[in-house]
Design a protein. Structure first.
Length: 101
């Protein structure tokens, strides 16, 4: 169990502030940890873009209000999706713990 929890740190975003890399489309090269890391990176990237857009709106430095609103909506949607993924993972973990071996 401890090994599984220690590996969680390995899938966290490596470099913040960079656009995420795409996962290979070849099913034989599927790596769940890589997919999860890329999704976390993408969520972080969209959150940073959303924060920048919100700051630009608040300071009056916004160039295109429509694009800023889109960035905010993308950030919100990605965060909701990531929270649902977390909730499902926690639920699955609890179910496994309840299962008698």
């Amino acid at each position: 169990m401890a090994d599984l929890l220690n590996k969680i740190g390995e899938i966290l975003p490596r470099e913040l502030g960079q656009a995420p890399q795409k996962v290979s489309e070849n099913p034989s090269e599927f790596d769940f940890a890589e997919m999860l890391r890329n999704n976390l990176d993408e969520t972080n990237y969209l959150q940073e873009e959303g924060e920048k857009a919100a700051t630009d709106i608040a300071t009056g430095m916004v160039k295109d209000l429509h694009q800023a609103a889109i960035a905010l909506n993308k950030a919100e949607g990605s965060m909701k999706l990531m929270l649902e993924m977390r909730n499902k993972a926690v639920s699955a973990y609890k179910e496994i713990v309840r299962t008698q071996m």
